[in-house]
Design a binder for this molecule. Structure first.
Ligand SMILES: Cc1cc2nc3c(=O)[nH]c(=O)nc-3n(C[C@H](O)[C@H](O)[C@H](O)COP(=O)(O)OP(=O)(O)OC[C@H]3O[C@@H](n4cnc5c(N)ncnc54)[C@H](O)[C@@H]3O)c2cc1C
Ligand code: FES
Ligand code: FES
Length: 1318
């Protein structure tokens, strides 16, 4: 049997493709399955969720694995979990949904009536990039006994049950139908396979050995055998949870010829209590450890379990549920991570390990144990059998703290364990121990600091001396790996301060001291409450059968939840199919001197190497007037490539590709290609570098209204500021995927691909292969998310894959690993802006001058268009009479950036909103007042001379203020801040005006093809692609209304270039507008054609009319077309109509900030959006919530980090944090503005995909507001700079507390920082 480490291979080989792969490293949860085991000794079963991507198949001997397909199916019966997530609108693209379902399912198998806390814990490790989580939580909430309902009715009735909002029942409806759910009946669940029970009961345990291509796996049955094996093969790892070894093998290319699995050695799982504490088997999973400690705590006096509780607190935050279910205590200790959560706590608690090799010994877990990154004092042949966790003594307090980039499912930035011991009745310290993680290559002890505290009274004086010693003791060099040097150093102090406060509190509670404790710091609140989704119900006159305007479930929701929905990589492998891997540059600015592919070609399975020389057609893609090379130009001689045009301009640039029979072989082939470089001088990475060297893409743009220079002379005050906004990785859950299949004759190719723009892929493949477009058919079933990232970059990949298919004459599949996807395909543009604003004392802004620079990367892509979009939106909702904007896209040696939801608008608007905030601070007035003073009112004209009415925007503003009870809550926030020193609240209200459609007029056209078959069924095809935004659902609704038939008769199979040619991208929030009109047009034609049949047989049915029409020789197929409006922007005249209309919205956010760590929680978010008359309110609300969360990620969380040589560090969910369930606002209300009409789009609706991303900035401004309150306590007033994202690091440092003030700053330029500020 072959040892496989990748779940996707395992499951796809048995055609179970429901389990998805989003990262391969345990960080996204898309691959969650349930593992069940039987324990013959106790005759019990255990069920737990696990990440299939880290589950070695060999480890599963004797276990049952349940995938999403196993729990329910649309063909038989769907499981209640699947049903509820689907009905709650908990899926959009659906790629994360099977993982969500399985995490919830595993929870329910153990606890059929969970608490909300159980649910949020179970889902903490499951990422979703589309929904914003709220609907998933609400779907799962229905399993809880408590808190099922928002209680808004006050009478025990739920306002969410479809009967409408309690206030105005006839006008509003709930987005979800929470009635009539299938009951959860635990007795109906799958049973554990009896043959496995029999096997466990009867089988004679014997050593298992599995042989793989390069690895042998041995699983001994006794400790003795294990010891012998390890003695013989000291270098072979002991694989337990595989959460450390697995990622090393996958991502670092580590090869272990032999792996030893001790999972059947019972001594490693034993637990025994003694009078001093408890021995826990090193093989116990972290979840088992947690349950054990939870069980023990109530059995002993509180004073004895201080350490148990501290460990439990840390365990609750370590990794995620799936990781904790498999990762072991021994594995965690021996992995010796620098920022391990457990090791500092185990160390302060005087824990020890019992190890065995030729003999046994006990080793204390102290500073001598942890020797360096991944290194311990243990000898290679030693095995940890168990870990001793002692009881604490009376007068002993143990605490654990951590701070992480994201509150949950994230390695800590700094973790710590702290213990202090007092003799009875005294505040004098007898013993103290402080250990930190994240402050060096391994867990470190603050020994000198402890020495300064021992024998001293526990008070401010002692501690204030301790801070200074600690600062010296745990110093980090300014270029320390991991960066965040000032922040990490300040955390060591502020976490000690937290400990100080908690110990004081304890001493007071035990009557040892009488001092007033300065402040009790409670954890940030975390329970997610049910939110409101309000929208206008359809009119009473609308036919019950007409679905337009109703909250119809996403048409694939059940398919998503059952895993039946098919994505590109789910397409079965065809005979002889090859896999393509990309060889990319490891230098940012260099000449390639040689490419040696000889070793790669000799590897098993490798078929060929594809270079630019193999391209028969265009070797480049044209982009905004420039040529982008597909692969570095190389010329092959024998086994070597000698380079012809030898420059690379970023790390991650594609040089060539390897095709092999499997993914694993292609990957090995890629690693074996050797490239030699000669570095070129002066690479450009940052916007500042580019400005200094005038490195820009043309055209640069300028727009002005009024006379800015003159106006500055007349204003009362002028303020100048700067705003930096970081980039953002798309992080669509489904990576870039495609299969190119040569049909076999006349140069015809079928391309199955995950793209927003099938026609561009068709064109790219045709041009690259030098064939005409009619030989290439592009098929798009659905995308697992895209967000702008599956347009231009995908076309490059499709071109290269098609060359491989042509050259080998075999089907070729290319599915990027997450790390490669993040490295190669670019991100949202980072933007730096400078502004000068002139205003009057009364708050009126009279003049503003803005300069925007984006970091475009090494090729132009759509970067100049992004800059144009920024300039067109620079006014947001403000009527600034003298306004000037200049914008440039900077050419740098970073991977080329591309379109991302909002296309520059979120970055651009951030600048004007920040500027308004600054004006408010300078004037000492509330920011919302300054916003109101400057808003467009009455008939208005934009800075590019477009007339429009801001009335609906002003209605959104007023309604949002009203709905969120702005004034009263603002007062409450100020009151809270007066009473709290270390926690602050902040509040903001932020508007948006977003122009929908493409300024490039030709992109606004759309076409559709509608067939009616003789049985009355209807097949609709249109140019839009389904990527989670629900376009196919909406098109079904449109066709249903126009043809007057139920949606069940209408099917949409795919988007194909052979049915609807020359399509435009699904982007710019315009997909429904354009394609909806085309579908409507086609259906109207068909409906008209059937008119004679209806007249002839008024009592007939749809089927009878269709059948009659066929026999009457009436065509039952029609194309529909929508020309789109003639939009334009004339940059010479500085005028235009670049959008068809505006979508308006307003968002209010309130946050609570822990000033000592920078952690924050969004307490409440209220969003009011004008989207006209929504075609499908549940789909649109889904877009709003998802976009808000993506914006919240952009502005408060997500950070792309590059090394000083231009390498992207953040290449997976472990390093790059997108919002998780822990980031959902605790109360999240969305209201669609009523009675809004829009003559420019179908059925008076409005596009909504992109606008709301910017409203995530409300969380940023709320954090800034909270920081301002903290600063004012430190005596700092006036405007201050806070760059986006407002990460905990930035927020904490900006608070300028007594701890951050202690940290010396290193002079820029005096050291090489770990990461670039691009
Ligand atoms: C997505 C993700 C998130 C994570 N988040 C966190 C986090 O927030 N905080 C944190 O602290 N950790 C975190 N981790 C790390 C995780 O806790 C460790 O990888 C895990 O505890 C290691 O245990 P394992 O059983 O999986 O070890 P394995 O990967 O199976 O083995 C790891 C190493 O330990 C050795 N080993 C294992 N058992 C023994 C033994 N009994 N005796 C001697 N040597 C042994 C092996 O030889 C191997 O070298 C995370 C990991 C992942 C993948
Ligand atoms: S694919 Fe397994 S956790 Fe991401
Ligand atoms: S629906 Fe969750 S990632 Fe798309």
């Amino acid at each position: 049997m072959r040892a496989e480490f990748a779940a996707s291979l395992t499951f796809s080989s048995v055609r179970l493709t429901g389990t998805k792969s989003g990262c391969g490293g345990g960080g996204c949860g898309a691959c969650t399955v349930m593992v069940s085991r039987y324990q013959p000794a106790t005759k019990t079963f255990t069920h737990y969720s696990a990440n299939a991507c880290l589950l070695p198949l060999c480890q599963l001997h004797g276990a049952a694995v349940t995938t999403v397909e196993g729990i329910g199916s649309s063909k038989t019966r769907i499981h209640p979990v699947q049903e509820r997530i689907a009905k709650a609108h908990g899926s959009q693209c659906g790629f994360c949904t099977p993982g969500m379902v399985m995490s919830t399912y595993a929870l329910l198998r153990n606890k059929p009536q969970p608490t909300m806390e159980d649910i949020t814990q179970a889902l903490a490790g499951n990422l979703c990039r589309c929904t914003g989580y709220r609907p998933i939580v609400d779907g799962c909430r229905t399993f809880c006994q408590e808190a099922n309902c928002c209680q808004a009715n006050g009478d025990g009735n739920c306002c969410r049950n479809g009967d409408g909002n309690p206030d105005t029942p006839e006008e509003n409806s709930s987005a979800s139908n929470f009635k009539d759910f299938l009951p959860l009946d635990p007795t109906q669940e799958l049973i554990f396979p009896p043959e496995l029970i029999l096997m466990a009961e009867t089988a004679n345990p014997e050593t298992l050995t599995f042989y793989g291509e390069r690895t042998t796996w041995v699983s001994p049955t006794s400790l003795e055998e294990l010891v012998q094996l390890k003695a013989k093969h000291p270098k072979a790892p002991l694989v337990m949870g595989n959460t450390n070894i697995g990622p090393d093998i996958k991502f670092k290319g580590v090869l272990h010829p032999l792996i030893i699995s001790p999972s059947r050695v019972k001594e490693l799982f034993e637990v025994s209590e003694t009078a001093q504490g408890v021995w826990v088997g090193a093989g116990c999973s972290l979840s088992e450890l947690r349950s054990l400690l939870e069980k023990l705590v109530p059995q002993f006096p509180e004073e004895k379990t201080e350490l148990f509780r501290a460990l439990n607190q840390q365990l609750g935050n370590l990794g995620n549920q799936q990781i904790r279910n498999v990762a072991t205590l021994g594995g965690n200790i021996v992995s010796a991570y620098p920022n391990s959560d457990l090791n500092p706590v185990l160390a302060v608690g005087n824990c020890k390990v019992s190890v065995i090799s030729s003999g046994r010994r006990e080793v204390p877990l102290n500073q001598d144990f942890f020797m360096g990154f991944g290194k311990t004092i243990l000898n290679p042949e030693e095995i940890v059998v168990s870990v001793f966790i002692p009881f604490t003594r009376k007068g002993e307090f143990v605490r654990a703290f951590r701070q992480a980039p994201r509150k949950e499912a994230s390695f800590a930035t700094v973790s710590t364990g702290m213990r202090v011991f007092f003799s009875e009745g005294s505040r004098v310290v007898q013993d103290v121990s402080l250990y930190y993680g994240g402050m060096g290559p391994t867990t470190v002890s603050a020994t000198k600091t402890c020495a300064a505290i021992i024998a001293k009274p526990w008070d401010d004086e002692t501690l204030s001396k301790a801070y200074d010693i600690l600062l010296d003791e745990l110093a980090l060099p300014p270029s320390a790996p991991g960066g965040k040097v000032e922040f990490r150093r300040s955390l060591t102090l502020s976490l000690l301060f937290k400990f100080h406060l908690e110990v004081l509190q304890k001493l007071r509670e035990t009557n040892v001291i009488k001092d007033e404790v300065p402040e009790k710091i409670s954890p940030l609140p975390r329970e997610i409450q049910p939110g409101l989704q309000e929208f206008q119900a359809v009119s009473k006159d609308q036919s019950a059968q007409d679905p337009v305007g109703r909250p119809i479930m996403h048409r694939s929701a059940v398919g998503h939840a059952t895993g039946e929905a098919v994505y590109c990589d789910d397409i079965p492998k065809t005979d002889g199919e090859l896999f393509l891997g990309l060889v990319t540059s490891s230098r940012a600015h260099a000449k390639i001197t040689a490419v040696d592919v000889s070793q790669a070609l000799q590897l098993p399975g490798v078929v060929d190497v594809i270079t630019a020389q193999d391209i028969p057609g265009k070797k480049f893609r044209p982009m905004t007037g420039q040529k982008e090379e597909l692969m570095a130009e190389t010329e092959v001689f024998g086994f070597f490539c000698f380079v012809v045009s030898p420059q690379v301009s970023c790390i991650g640039q594609i040089i060539c590709a390897v095709v092999a029979d499997t993914r694993a072989h292609a990957k090995r082939g890629v690693a074996a290609v050797k490239i030699s470089y000669e570095d070129l001088p002066d690479p450009i990475f940052t916007i500042e570098d580019a400005i200094e060297k005038s490195s820009y893409y043309e055209p640069r743009r300028m727009i002005e209204r009024g006379n800015v220079t003159e106006a500055f002379e007349k204003v009362d005050q002028i303020y100048e500021g700067e705003m930096r906004i970081g980039g953002q990785e798309h992080f669509y859950m489904e990576p870039q995927s495609m299969v190119v299949v040569p049909v076999g004759e006349e140069m015809e190719f079928d391309v199955y691909i995950s793209t927003q723009w099938p026609s561009l892929m068709q064109e790219a493949v045709a041009e690259t292969l030098g064939i005409s477009s009619n030989r290439v058919t592009c098929h798009v079933k659905r995308l697992g998310g895209a967000f702008g990232g599956k347009v231009t970059k995908t076309s490059h990949l499709a071109s290269i894959t098609s060359v491989a298919a042509l050259k080998t004459n075999r089907a070729v599949r290319c599915v990027l690993e997450r790390g490669d996807d993040m490295l190669i395909t670019g991100a949202r543009h980072p933007v730096t802006a400078r502004y000068k604003v002139g205003f009057m004392k009364d708050g009126r802004i009279v003049a503003a001058d803005m300069e925007y620079y984006s970091n475009a990367g090494n090729t132009i892509d759509e970067s100049t268009l992004v800059v144009e979009k920024i300039l067109m939106h620079m006014d947001n909702v403000y009527n600034i009479p003298n306004l000037r904007g200049r914008g440039a896209a900077c050419r740098t040696n970073l991977p080329s950036n591309t379109a991302f939801r909002g296309f520059g608008v979120p970055q651009g608007l951030m600048v004007v909103e920040n500027m308004i905030n600054d004006v408010a601070v300078v004037l000492g007035r509330p920011a919302d007042e300054i916003r109101e003073i400057n808003m467009y009112r009455g008939p208005s004209v934009t800075h590019y001379k477009l007339e429009f009415s801001p009335d609906n925007f002003l209605r959104c503003w007023d309604e949002c203020k009203l709905k969120c009870d702005y004034s009263a809550r603002r007062k409450a926030v100020d009151q809270f801040n007066k009473q709290s020193r270390w926690k602050k609240r902040g509040m903001s209200i932020i508007p948006i005006k977003y122009g929908v459609a493409f300024a490039e007029s030709f992109l606004n056209q759309a076409a559709a093809l509608v067939h009616i078959y003789k049985d009355g069924s209807v097949l609709v095809t249109h140019g839009g692609t389904e990527m989670g935004q629900g376009i196919h659902t909406k098109m079904q609704q449109v066709a249903s209304r126009e043809l007057r038939i139920p949606t069940s008769k209408i099917y949409i199979s795919e988007t194909g270039t052979n049915t609807v040619p020359n399509t435009c991208p699904s982007a710019a929030s315009f997909g429904t507008d354009a394609n909806g009109m085309a579908v409507k047009n086609a259906c109207e034609i068909l409906y008209q054609r059937l008119e004679p049949m209806r007249k002839k047989d008024p009592n007939g049915s749809w089927e009878s009319w269709v059948s009659a029409a066929f026999y009457e020789k009436i065509s039952l197929s029609a194309t529909g077309y929508f020309r789109g409006e003639d939009l334009y922007m004339d940059w010479e005249k500085m005028e235009g109509r670049p959008g068809a209309y505006f979508t308006f919205g307003v968002c209010c956010c309130e946050v609570e900030l822990d000033c000592l760590t920078g952690d924050y929680r969004t307490l409440r978010t209220d969003i009011v959006v004008d989207i006209g008359r929504s075609v499908n309110p549940s789909v649109d609300i889904g877009q709003i919530e998802g976009a808000f969360m993506q914006g919240l990620g952009l502005f408060t969380l997500e950070e792309l980090k590059f090394s000083p040589s231009g390498l992207l560090y953040t290449r997976g969910p472990s390093q790059y944090k997108i919002p998780a369930i822990c980031d959902v606002p605790l109360r999240f209300n969305v209201y669609l503005l009523k009675d809004s009409d829009n003559p420019h789009a179908i059925y008076s609706s409005k596009g909504i995909g992109e606008p709301v991303v910017f409203l995530g900035s409300a969380a940023f401004f709320a954090i800034k507001d909270a920081v301002a309150a903290a600063r004012s306590d430190s005596g700092l007033v006036g405007p201050f700079t806070l760059s986006s994202p407002a990460t905990p690091e930035r927020a904490c440092l900006a608070c300028n507390s007594q701890f951050t003030q202690k940290i010396p700053t290193s002079k820029p330029g005096s050291f090489k920082p770990w990461a670039l500020d691009i």
